[in-house]
Design a protein around this ligand. Structure first.
Ligand SMILES: Cc1cc2nc3c(=O)[nH]c(=O)nc-3n(C[C@H](O)[C@H](O)[C@H](O)COP(=O)(O)O)c2cc1C
Length: 339
């Protein structure tokens, strides 16, 4: 019976435990150029020191106007490689493995003067009207994703997560609500995602798995359901995704009626069972006993903790102690746990 404290292996990715730090934008006002700075360094290395097996660096965008805000990270030039390398190397030095979430916010890019999207419909009245991308512009964006992934590999990541969830650009393309295009990217709504996956695979080493976050269901009226996302995930898996990170929603302001502990576990489990592929579950998983049970029951392979890790940087260590395990904190702090 697997435990969250057990190692996990997927292709060449070897994690010391099954605890993941979920990607979380920092909107750090000191970061305007998309490069991680001292804030990000302290933030991510603390979670590495705290025993986290896999750290997923927040949404990192493929072009400046692909960011939600001007204070988000990006990896649109070779100059971004070094600052990411410093951050990634430091996290790895504490035994954590590091992923980066490569993304484009599309019509949810709030600081872009004219955001771009699969559609010209705004996200809501509070958002700007996006420009609908031409077919050639979509093809260009696929190339930007490829370059971003290539730079992330050069910066030393252990794996890459593509952000296909929460109503951002890839999600905008695969959702019938926001893709009524008549070109090839509308005739096949998963094509944009599929091309990005194939582009990522071209630049990832063969041994490096590719992860993708998707929203398993939409909450808006007429939003897609789990059957739709299983078919979508199948396409993405066939294109090269090795593991899914299962979230929900983000396509509209509507959310789940209840978002209690483990509220997205059943979606992750359904996709795992249907496609026989490893999955991460996320969403109020901060009770270590709940996380342990979900992994024991093989409903998910890895458990991702977001806000719980904002509150408790050493959440992984606390979880190990709560489950009767040893301290898994960086060695210099071990003295805090000896009798
Ligand atoms: C401050 C903040 C920023 C977030 N940024 C991202 C992000 O960059 N990418 C993403 O996929 N999800 C993002 N999320 C969602 C989290 O990764 C996670 O899925 C969500 O918070 C639910 O998990 P939790 O209940 O453990 O917090 C963010 C959440 C928070 C609270």
């Amino acid at each position: 019976m697997p435990s969250i404290l057990d190692p996990f292996q997927l292709k060449g990715l070897q994690l010391k435990n099954r605890i993941v730090m979920s990607p979380m934008c920092q909107y750090s006002v000191t970061a305007k150029d998309g490069k991680p700075n001292d804030w990000h360094f302290s933030h991510y290395t603390s979670r590495a020191i705290g025993g986290t097996g896999l750290i997923i660096i927040e949404m990192t965008d493929v072009e400046p106007d692909g960011r939600i805000s001007d204070y988000d990270l990006g990896i649109w030039s070779d100059e971004h490689i070094e600052p990411f390398k410093r951050l990634i190397n430091a996290c790895q030095s504490y035994g954590a493995k590091v992923a980066i979430q490569i993304a484009h916010a599309g019509r949810k890019a709030e600081d872009a003067s004219i955001p771009v999207s699969s559609t010209s419909m705004a996200f809501s009245k509070k958002y700007k009207q996006p420009k609908e991308l031409t077919t050639a512009e979509v093809e260009q964006l696929v190339f930007k994703f490829e370059e971003a992934c290539s730079r992330a590999v050069k910066a030393g990541v252990d794996t890459i997560e593509l952000h296909g969830a929460h109503g951002y650009l890839i999600h905008q393309f695969h959702s019938p609500l926001t893709n009524q295009r008549t070109d090839k990217y509308g005739k096949d709504r998963s094509l944009f995602g599929v091309e990005i996956i194939k582009a990522a695979k071209r630049v990832l080493p063969n041994t490096m798995p590719l992860t993708m976050r998707i929203s398993a269901v939409e909450y808006a009226e007429n939003g897609y359901d789990l059957n739709y996302s299983i078919e979508l995930a199948k396409r993405y898996m066939e294109a090269g995704v090795d593991m899914f990170d299962i979230s929900t929603g983000g396509e509209s302001d509507t959310g789940p009626s209840v978002a209690g502990p483990g509220y997205q576990v059943e979606f992750a489990h359904a996709i795992k069972k249907s496609l026989n592929i490893p999955v991460l579950t996320v969403g109020r998983m901060e009770d270590p006993h709940l996380s342990e049970q979900v992994v024991n029951d093989e409903k998910a392979d890895l458990v991702s903790v977001g806000r719980g890790m904002l509150r408790h940087p050493y959440w992984a260590n606390e979880a190990s102690l709560a489950l009767g395990g040893p301290p898994i904190i960086a060695r210099p702090l071990n003295a805090g746990f000896s009798i």
